[in-house]
Design a protein around this ligand. Structure first.
Ligand SMILES: [Ca+2]
Ligand SMILES: [Ca+2]
Length: 492
C-alpha cells in the first residue's frame, strides 16, 4: 500500500488550513471534531485492536464528566463535575495527560436532571478555535477562556426547564459562538460574539420541545453558511449571519438526540438526519391559552401577528392564518401543532439543493416534499450520530446493531448485531479506515469503514463510556467514567 500521495495531499490541506484558520485539519476542535463530522482527516495509522491494556500511550485519572475531549494544538480541553457539584473546565497536555490548568465555573443554577451518569452536569463538549475555549454548563452558563485558562467572559444562561438537562454543545463559526438550546419551554438559537460574549442575534424557537443535538454548520451551493438543527418534529436551517430561518423539513422524532450529518464529494449537499425516541408522542406546549396569556402584549386577549415570537413561528404563521385576520386563532394554532406533531423515528436524507430550485421563484420554507429523499426506520440510532464516509452512512443502534447504508438510495448494505449491547451515548468516530465507538457498559468496538464492514476487535473498559472519542495525529483520546486514555501505535 502506498500512503505517500495521500500524505502529501493532506499536508497541503493542513498548510492551506493554517493560513485561513487557527485550528488545523489535524485538530479536533469541537464535538465530533472538525466541522462536527466525526471523521479525522489525519493519515497516521491507528490500532485495530483497542483495549485498556493495548496501545495505551498513557492514561490519567480525571474528574468525571460526560463531555467529549477536544484537542487543539497539543492541548486537550474537557469539563467535569467535582465534589459538591463544582463544575470545572480543564486543559491537559496531549503529550502525557498532565494538567495544564483547571477553572471552576460560577454556579448560578444546578439543573435538576437525571442522577446518572456520573458527571452528568458536564455534558456539553467545549469548542476551541485555537485562541478561545468555550465551555457550557446549561443553567450555570457559558464561559470563554483563553487557551492559557484566563477567563475572558461569562454569560449566565437559563435556568432551563429540562428533565434531562442541557446537552447540546456550543460550536464556533467565524467569530461567533452558536448556542442551540431546545428545552421544555423557552427554546432558542443564539449567536454570541466570541470576543466579548455579547449577543449578535437570537432566534426564539418557542414551538420546539426539548431536543439535544449539537448544531451542524454547512455551506450551501450559494456559499451561504446554514445552521442545521435536528429538533422535535422538524429539521430547521438558519442563516448563520442573521439567525433567520431558511427552510424546514418535517419528520424527526418527538425528542431528537443526534446532530445532523453532511456528506462530502458528490454528497456535499446531502444531509443525513437520524432521530428516535421510544416515548409517547410529544405533548405540545404551551397550549393555546398559555400562549395567548404569555404573548398578548397589549392585553386585548388576542395574539396578533406582530406579537408572535420571532423565528420559525412568525415565519410559518402567514400560511396558517386561514382567515387572514392577522390574529392567531385557536384552530390555526392547532393546525401548527398538528403539523409539527408529525414525528417519526428513523433516518432520512435531505438535499440542500433541489434540482427544481432554479425553477422556483421563491423556494418555500417548507421543503419536506421537495428536498427530502429516502428514509429508513430500522436499526436507527437514538443518540449516537451516524458517520458519513465515501458514499455510505454508518450507524449504531442501542443494543449493539451496526449498519451501513448506501448514501444515495438508503439501501442497507450490512446490518448485524455486535458484541457491545449497551446504550450508545457516544457517537462513532472514523480515522485510518476504521470506525470506533464505545457503550455505556464500557464495551468498545472497532469496525472496518467499508460498506461490507467487519468487526476488527472488541474490548471491555470496565466502566461506562459516554463521551465521543477525539482523534488527532495518530492518537485517540478516549474518556471513560474516571479516566482519559491516549491510544495509539507507538514507535516500538
Ligand atoms: Ca394582543
Ligand atoms: Ca387568523
Amino acid at each position: 500500500m502506498n500512503h505517500r500521495p495521500v500524505s502529501i495531499v493532506c499536508l497541503c490541506v493542513i498548510l492551506i488550513g493554517l493560513t485561513t484558520s487557527r485550528t488545523r485539519a489535524a485538530d479536533w476542535p469541537q464535538f465530533r471534531g472538525l466541522r462536527g463530522s466525526g471523521v479525522s482527516t489525519a493519515t497516521q495509522r491507528l490500532p485495530a485492536d483497542v483495549a485498556p491494556n493495548k496501545h495505551v500511550r498513557w492514561k490519567v485519572d480525571i474528574t468525571p464528566g460526560v463531555s467529549s475531549p477536544v484537542v487543539v494544538d497539543g492541548r486537550i480541553y474537557l469539563t467535569g463535575v467535582k465534589a459538591n457539584n463544582e463544575l470545572v473546565t480543564f486543559a491537559l497536555s496531549a503529550v502525557d495527560g498532565s494538567q495544564l490548568w483547571e477553572k471552576p465555573a460560577p454556579i448560578t443554577g444546578i439543573e435538576t436532571t437525571d442522577k446518572k451518569p456520573k458527571g452528568r452536569l458536564a455534558t456539553p463538549t467545549v469548542a476551541c478555535d485555537g485562541k478561545h475555549v468555550v465551555s457550557f454548563f446549561g443553567s450555570s452558563g457559558l464561559l470563554c477562556y483563553s487557551i492559557e485558562g484566563k477567563r475572558l467572559w461569562y454569560r449566565p444562561m437559563g435556568p432551563f426547564e429540562n428533565r434531562r438537562g442541557a446537552s447540546s454543545s456550543p460550536v464556533i463559526h467565524d467569530g461567533k459562538v452558536i448556542v442551540y438550546q431546545d428545552h421544555e419551554v423557552g427554546s432558542f438559537l443564539e449567536a454570541i460574539d466570541i470576543t466579548n460574549g455579547k449577543t449578535v442575534w437570537r432566534t426564539e424557537r418557542s414551538l420546539f420541545n426539548r431536543s439535544y443535538g449539537t448544531p451542524l454548520i454547512v455551506k450551501n451551493n450559494t456559499g451561504q453558511h446554514e445552521i442545521i438543527l435536528v429538533g422535535s418534529g422538524l429539521v430547521t436551517s438558519y442563516d448563520v449571519s442573521s439567525g433567520k430561518p431558511i427552510w424546514f423539513v418535517k419528520g424527526t422524532s418527538a425528542v431528537a438526540n443526534p446532530m445532523a450529518v453532511v456528506g462530502n464529494g458528490a454528497f456535499k449537499h446531502r444531509l443525513f438526519i437520524a432521530s428516535a425516541n421510544p416515548g409517547p408522542k410529544r405533548s405540545f406546549q404551551p397550549d393555546f391559552d398559555e400562549l395567548t396569556k404569555h404573548r398578548d402584549k397589549n392585553s386585548d386577549g388576542k395574539v396578533m401577528q406582530d406579537e408572535l415570537p420571532s423565528g420559525l413561528f412568525a415565519a410559518m404563521f402567514p400560511k396558517y392564518d386561514q382567515n387572514n385576520n392577522r390574529i392567531l386563532d385557536a384552530d390555526e394554532y392547532k393546525a401548527i401543532q398538528t403539523f409539527m406533531g408529525s414525528c417519526r423515528n428513523g433516518l432520512f436524507a435531505i438535499d440542500l439543493v433541489d434540482v427544481e430550485d432554479s425553477k422556483r421563484s421563491t423556494p418555500g420554507l417548507n421543503r419536506t416534499d421537495t428536498h427530502k429523499r429516502w428514509s429508513v426506520t430500522r436499526s436507527t440510532p437514538r443518540t449516537a450520530t451516524p458517520i458519513y464516509h465515501e458514499g455510505h452512512v454508518y450507524m449504531m443502534k442501542d443494543g449493539g446493531v451496526f449498519t451501513s447504508l448506501n448514501a444515495k438510495t438508503g439501501e442497507v448494505v450490512k446490518t448485524e448485531r455486535v458484541p457491545a449491547n449497551g446504550k450508545f451515548f457516544s457517537s462513532p468516530v472514523l480515522a485510518d479506515g476504521k470506525i470506533y465507538v464505545g457503550d455505556d457498559r464500557g464495551k468498545f468496538v472497532v469496525f472496518s469503514a467499508k460498506p461490507e464492514w467487519q468487526l476488527l476487535s472488541h474490548a471491555d473498559f470496565g466502566e461506562p463510556i459516554y463521551p465521543t472519542p477525539a482523534i488527532t495525529n495518530g492518537r485517540m483520546y478516549l474518556r471513560s467514567e474516571t479516566k482519559l486514555y491516549c491510544i495509539g501505535i507507538g514507535v516500538e
